[in-house]
Ligand binder design. Structure first.
Ligand code: G3P
Length: 219
């Protein structure tokens, strides 16, 4: 499973990249706005750091506007993937961009049917938002599982990005389903490291090592 960071914050991306476990980044207008940085420059900086797929979202709502914006964003860096909302215009734009070899990520996907449309239009990635489905008292992981089954049934090339991840168990469940990618906030990535027995284990090893060094005369 590939790990993407769902952030536009350079410090977070830098840390994840330094750990050697971050394969890509996803952004959206909210995440970009939070950073208060110029959009295109920030996308370029992220691409230079991660050297993997970086999703940048269009803000036009009509398909022609989406395609125009996508072409401009694609010029920023070879790693840019164009994030496009799952609307009729969005699907038309994804189809047009896939003909031109421009990579796309169908976003704001909340149902298996929407995911099928994205795959049929030739999206490179599809992003089901599991946390936001949970937020409305429905089952985000069930939706994700259904998408995985359907994509396997038809051997669709579109890769599934489990998005709107809120906690480590979302990541574990997505991995058990064989989802291609999980995109997560930096705080969730940090939590993946955590286990109390790891901390207790280190503490005990260090204590025993100190005792050993004392007995061995500092060797
Ligand atoms: O980037 C899209 C998605 O991951 C947003 O997550 O937490 O705002 O629902 P969230």
């Amino acid at each position: 499973m590939k790990i993407f960071l769902d952030t536009a914050n350079l410090d977070e991306i830098r840390k994840g990249v330094e750990w050697g476990i971050v394969d890509g980044v996803t952004t959206n207008p909210t995440l970009i706005a939070r950073e208060k940085a110029p959009f295109k420059e920030r996308v370029k900086e992220i691409c230079q750091l991660v050297k993997g797929p970086v999703s940048a979202e269009v803000t036009a709502l009509d398909w022609k506007g989406m395609v125009e914006e996508a072409k401009e964003l694609a010029k920023i860096d070879e790693h840019v993937v164009i994030k496009i909302p799952l609307t009729p215009d969005g699907i038309r734009a994804i189809k047009a961009l896939s003909y031109e070899g421009i990579k796309t990520n169908a976003t704001l996907v909340f149902s298996p049917m929407q995911a099928i449309l994205a795959a049929k239009a030739g999206a490179t990635y599809v992003s089901p938002f599991i946390g936001r489905v949970d937020d409305v008292s429905s089952d985000g992981l069930k939706m994700l599982e259904e998408i995985v089954i359907i994509f396997n049934n038809y051997a669709f090339d579109t890769e599934i990005i489990a998005a709107s991840i809120r906690h480590p168990m979302h990541v574990v469940e997505a991995a058990l389903m064989g989802v291609d990618i999980a995109t997560m906030p930096f705080t969730v990535l940090e939590k993946l490291f955590k286990h109390p027995l790891t901390d207790i284990g280190i503490e005990r090893f260090m204590k025993d090592w100190e005792e050993y060094r004392k007995i061995m005369g500092g060797e």
